[in-house]
Design a protein around this ligand. Structure first.
Ligand SMILES: *[C@@H]1O[C@H](CO)[C@@H](O)[C@H](O)[C@H]1NC(C)=O
Ligand SMILES: *[C@@H]1O[C@H](CO)[C@@H](O)[C@H](O)[C@H]1NC(C)=O
Ligand SMILES: *[C@@H]1O[C@H](CO)[C@@H](O)[C@H](O)[C@H]1NC(C)=O
Ligand SMILES: *[C@@H]1O[C@H](CO)[C@@H](O)[C@H](O)[C@H]1NC(C)=O
Ligand SMILES: CC(=O)N[C@H]1CO[C@H](CO)[C@@H](O)[C@@H]1O
Length: 519
């Protein structure tokens, strides 16, 4: 049910997080503002499935992936790869490892047989282990075994980041919402330490992997589509895309729902079977490990922070590669030659319960009269993601009221498609931050349709001079703050669009589609 509308019932959890933060004096004002803008996405997309109770008995679940699909230069069986620029010029035991793809990270030049943690981000902690890494399921630990004695030499600590000695243990909760203590408390803590040489005997490898491990969480708010991407897959991709699928996903809060719903994306990140780190009691051995994921902002990829300058368009390409079957590729090519030019296609994201477009049928007829083929995409039907991908990627334009389902803008074709987000009263800024900016950065033409008082169902409930409808910004400041947003603006508002005004938006989307079509 990934597309399901957010459930109001779960909202108080997110709210609690905000109010906690507000009452604690240790939070500075700037941090508070920052929290407001980001925490709101939690309010909006309060999860439908918090952490699914997994059905027992599954140790390791395999995903079929195409063999040999990742390009690989050398014949070396072992990743991490050496850093491209320095390969060969540093041929000793402590050659540079390329686990960390982030520029200016204290860990980007870490040496073999060390642990390095980058805790500099307010969003996330990420630790790296280079060398002989072994799992210890009983203590949810990763052990770094020291190198064989004849190679042993003193390893210099990397600049900045912390480097463990044998006495220290690093602890990480691998989920990029470090600032939000309520949800972080539900993410298991993974322990990392350097083992003593004699411990090797108690931790013999049951399963040897020739690719490094990424420890990530399938829990947190992942039951909700926005969070599945914003907190889960996009951060994971940021962290390991440079390894080109030669990375093993070690998953916490593993559950079959997650594995099934996101099967294709999981295969796009890794060519190996997923390891359920909590339930799989075997000792797995890796040539390195990354614990935790990077975070660049709400649905943001910052190319300047990645050594290979990747962008959100590259993430879109992962989705396209994951979901585009040969059949629908052929079909898309077929349209150009064999059929008459079709009308541009408009998808209307259709919610249930709240933030409903009450005159949706009239809007669909209007769009058709303007020249679109209209596809109404119902969000509450439990349609699998590949089917969503097929529908949305076929659209030249997408319209919908603000909500987690609009995360599917990631499926639109960059450089060609457009998105018009309908922002109900009181959620204009949230709409822009959560999807508007991200869509524009992906090369999707973006327009935000601000709902007027007369188009909002709140006009039926509040007098025209009531501050709730007359001045939502002031109402949020003066009356009930974010509780008001969750209860009234998000949870208690439908819209009925002014067809005259919305026609102008549709006309712009239509002419954009005509300008961008290839044939
Ligand atoms: C995959 O690679 C192996 C060795 O690199 C090779 O023997 C095998 O034929 C390849 N399989 C495919 C399907 O290309
Ligand atoms: C790191 O050390 C291990 C164990 O000594 C060795 O097998 C591996 O090749 C080293 N990795 C690199 C990239 O040098
Ligand atoms: C990334 O961008 C920087 C600065 O524009 C450039 O110097 C570098 O060559 C680029 N790297 C790659 C892999 O494209
Ligand atoms: C919004 O529309 C839905 C579906 O028609 C309805 O169930 C709900 O009560 C409406 N909400 C408001 C606040 O009018
Ligand atoms: C945060 C921090 O400690 N930054 C230091 C990282 O290392 C460089 C030099 O290696 C210092 O200049 C920074 O102050």
């Amino acid at each position: 049910m990934p597309m399901a509308a957010s459930k109001l019932a779960a909202v108080p959890k997110g709210l609690g997080a905000v109010e906690d933060a507000k009452n604690k004096p240790r939070w500075g004002f700037v941090q508070f503002l920052f929290l407001l803008s980001v925490v709101l996405c939690v309010l909006l997309y309060a999860p439908r499935v918090f952490v699914l109770a997994p059905h027992g008995g599954i140790d390791v679940v395999g995903f079929f992936t195409t063999p040999n699909s990742s390009s690989k230069g050398s014949g070396s069986p072992v990743l991490p790869q050496r850093a491209v620029g320095s390969a060969g010029d540093d041929d000793d035991d402590g050659g540079r490892l390329f686990l960390d793809n982030q520029v200016h990270s204290p860990c980007s030049s870490m040496r073999n047989h060390t642990i390095c943690c980058d805790r500099s981000s307010v969003h996330t902690d990420v630790c790296f282990m280079a060398g002989d890494v072994r799992t210890d399921a009983a203590s949810l630990s990763l052990l770094l075994l020291p190198p064989p004695r004849d190679h042993h030499q003193h390893q210099a600590a990397p600049p900045n980041g912390t480097s463990s000695t044998e006495e220290e243990e690093e602890r990480v909760r691998p989920y990029p919402r470090k600032w939000e203590s309520l949800i972080m408390a539900k993410v298991p803590e993974v322990r990392l330490r350097v083992a003593r040489p004699e411990e090797a005997a108690e931790h013999r490898c049951d399963v040897r992997h020739d690719a490094p491990l990424l420890v990530m969480s399938a829990g947190g708010y992942t039951g909700n589509l926005f969070h599945a991407f914003n907190d889960g897959f996009l951060p994971s991709w940021l962290t390991v895309q440079h390894l080109r699928r030669r990375v093993v996903l070690g998953v916490l809060s593993y559950n079959p729902w997650w594995a099934g719903t996101f099967r294709e994306i999981i295969s796009g990140l890794s060519e190996y079977h997923v390891v359920d780190l909590v339930r799989d009691k075997r000792t797995h051995c890796f040539p390195g490990a990354i614990v935790g994921t990077r975070f660049h902002g709400v649905l943001v990829v910052d190319p300047a922070r990645l050594r290979d300058n990747k962008t959100i368009v590259d993430f879109h390409q992962l989705l396209a590669d994951a979901y585009e079957t040969k059949a629908n590729k052929a079909e898309q090519q077929g349209t150009s030659s064999s059929r008459p030019r079709p009308r541009p296609r408009l998808g209307i994201v259709s919610r249930k319960g709240t933030r409903v477009i009450e005159n949706q049928a009239a809007v669909a007829r209007l769009a058709s009269s303007i020249g679109f083929d209209v596809d109404v995409l119902e969000t509450a039907t439990g349609l699998p993601l590949p089917a969503w991908y097929a529908s949305v990627s076929a659209c030249d334009a997408l319209v919908g009221v603000h909500g987690a389902d609009l995360t599917t803008f990631l499926f639109l074709r960059p450089g060609r498609a457009s998105l018009a987000q309908i922002a109900p009263l009181g959620v204009s800024a949230i709409a822009r931050d959560c999807f508007g900016g991200p869509a524009a950065r992906m090369g999707v033409a973006y327009e935000q349709y601000e709902v007027g008082v007369e188009e909002s169902s709140l006009a039926r409930r509040y007098a025209a001079d009531d501050v709730v409808v007359a001045d939502p910004e002031r109402a949020k400041r003066d009356k009930g703050g974010w509780g008001l947003v969750a209860r009234v603006y998000l949870g208690g508002q439908n819209v009925s669009l002014d067809l005259g005004r919305f026609a102008e938006t549709l006309a712009r989307l239509h002419s954009h589609a005509l300008r961008r079509r290839r044939w």
